[in-house]
Design a protein around this ligand. Structure first.
Ligand code: NDP
Length: 481
């Protein structure tokens, strides 16, 4: 093994590494295909052990002063920043994403979340509702044990985005990373322990979907937060409903990026690149339907293919590399099948194509029609569809004609039009003259089939807590008999 990322043990339960007793889980470095760690899944008893440890530890954690909980999270953020280089390298080995991305996007965004929610925890207060002499006051309480289930594209960021608000509000968490990228969450567990988190408050179980399913139906689990595909989201939401559990669902999309002819073509092309090719296109909020107003379409496509031709594809640990491999051979094959479908449907390949081995280059289709498969289905790879449009009303209707609603983007220099479009687009997040920026300060999540609930921002606090009303009677009880 030239790249060894073997952790101390596969799971993390009750404040300590624990070896799994389930099937083997080899972790591959997507660039070389070599095994960088040999893990074992949790068995069903270990999932129960993790939720039991979480349930036992949670009340004392919730009883701490919020500022004490927040201090632990802020310390964890500091440790992440101190170890930035080691963590970026691990994330690159786990995911195959270029080190120039993992240094700035993945753990740094996770650290932001820990810092933000650590600081927010002591500011969460209730209301007093006057009723003459009686009054009601409200308490925002923890839910209890939360289950977090992650996708493979931003494994450490997803773990932090879920753990930070959950723990800030006094919950405990059992987290199951994607089987493809199991390493970052284990590191987060170690770092939280080092930062002073009590045993049992953040646990990690590994495994495929069956382990996730066992976790979701565990009677001790009060809430499930999933980042994954719509199909998995439907299954997990249904399973959670059986126990009336709270859910946050961060699911897929087929988001529109709309470029009006008054926009800066250079900026719009840059945004289209960020919206389709960052992380080799494996981003849920990607703007994969790029609607370009007809007047600037030729110039847009020319600059896009010129700039796409400059991309440096290769070894993700080389800091010059801008475009890495796809997370797995299976995913690369799915993307290639989608590209073949686009060609068979008559879309015009402007640049890119199938690529070799683990790599799929930035790929652009022009002359795409709304009805084509590549314009309707999430590909989750570096494949952009460019569609021409004429008018604002037309493009708004076409952009919204999808079951998804995660994100949208508009490029225009017309201020009123930018805001009009933002109001009309059916999406949880809309960018005006920007794309794919998701700071922790802003709510993030989808509408329609793209999900339920919001991550990040103060809005996430509501999704990791519940309101209790306390009615205080100040006078005599007025009973009828
Ligand atoms: P999947 O939906 O395949 O898996 C997501 C997670 O759920 C994995 O950890 C998976 O385990 C687990 N899982 C699968 N089946 C079940 C089940 N029945 N019960 C409980 N857990 C289960 O998604 P991918 O990992 O393939 O990620 C890609 C998808 O995620 C894309 O559709 C993308 O759009 C979406 N996504 C959404 C984001 C958002 O914030 N909206 C962000 C990132 C990705 P395992 O993988 O081990 O089988």
């Amino acid at each position: 093994m030239t790249h060894d990322a073997q952790p101390g043990a596969s799971l993390y339960i009750n404040g300590a590494p624990v070896e799994g007793r389930g099937p083997d889980l080899d972790v591959l470095y997507p660039f070389t295909g070599e095994v960088i760690a040999r893990l074992r899944e949790a068995d069903v008893a270990q999932v129960a052990q993790a939720t039991a440890a979480a349930a036992a530890a949670q009340p004392a954690w919730a009883a701490l002063r919020p500022v004490e909980r927040g201090r632990v999270l802020i310390r964890a953020a500091q440790i992440i920043r101190e170890r930035a280089e080691e963590l970026a390298r691990l994330e690159t080995l786990d995911t195959g994403k270029p080190i120039q991305e993992t240094r700035v996007a993945d753990w740094p965004s996770g650290a932001d979340a820990l810092e933000y929610f650590g600081g927010l925890a002591p500011t969460v207060t209730g209301q007093t509702i006057p009723l003459g002499s009686d009054f009601v006051y409200t308490i925002r309480e923890a839910l209890g044990v939360c289950a977090g289930i992650g996708a493979w594209n931003y494994p450490s960021q997803i773990a932090c985005w879920k753990a930070a608000p959950a723990l800030a509000m006094g919950n405990a968490m059992v987290f199951k990373p994607s089987e493809e990228t199991p390493l970052g969450a284990l590191k987060l567990a170690e770092i939280l322990t080092e930062a002073g988190l009590p045993a049992g408050i953040f646990n990690v179980v590994q495994g495929r979907g069956a382990v996730g399913a066992a976790l979701v139906s565990d009677p001790r689990v009060a809430k499930v937060s999933l980042t994954g595909s719509v199909a998995t989201g439907q299954k997990v939401y249904a399973a959670a409903a059986a126990g009336m559990r709270h859910v946050t669902m961060e699911l897929g999309g087929k988001s529109p990026l709309i470029v009006f002819d008054d926009a800066s073509v250079e900026d719009a092309v840059g945004a289209a690149i960020l919206a389709n090719f960052y992380s080799s296109g494996q981003i849920c909020s990607n703007g994969t339907r790029v609607f370009v107003q007809r007047g600037i379409l030729p110039e847009f496509l020319k600059r896009l293919s010129e700039r796409a031709a400059e991309v440096r594809i290769g070894d993700p640990l080389d800091e010059a590399t801008q475009h890495g491999p796809i997370v797995s051979a299976a995913q690369a094959n799915k993307i290639r099948a989608a590209i073949a479908k686009g060609q068979a449907e008559g879309a015009r390949l402007v640049c890119g194509g199938a690529g070799d081995g683990a790599f799929v280059p930035p790929t652009v289709f022009a002359d795409v029609a709304d009805a084509m498969w590549i314009a309707r289905e999430e590909i989750f790879g570096p494949v952009m569809s460019v569609l021409a449009f004429e008018t604002e009303a037309e493009v708004l209707a076409r952009a919204n004609a999808t079951p998804y609603g995660l994100a949208a983007g508009v490029f225009t220099r017309d201020l009123a039009r930018g805001h009009r479009m933002a109001a009309g687009l059916q999406a949880g997040t809309t960018w005006i003259n920007a794309y794919n920026l998701t700071p922790v300060e802003a709510p993030f999540g989808g509408v329609k089939m793209s999900g339920i609930g919001r991550e990040n921002s103060a809005a996430a606090i509501d999704h990791y807590s519940q309101l209790k009303s306390v009615y205080v009677g100040m006078g005599a009880v007025d009973a009828p008999y």
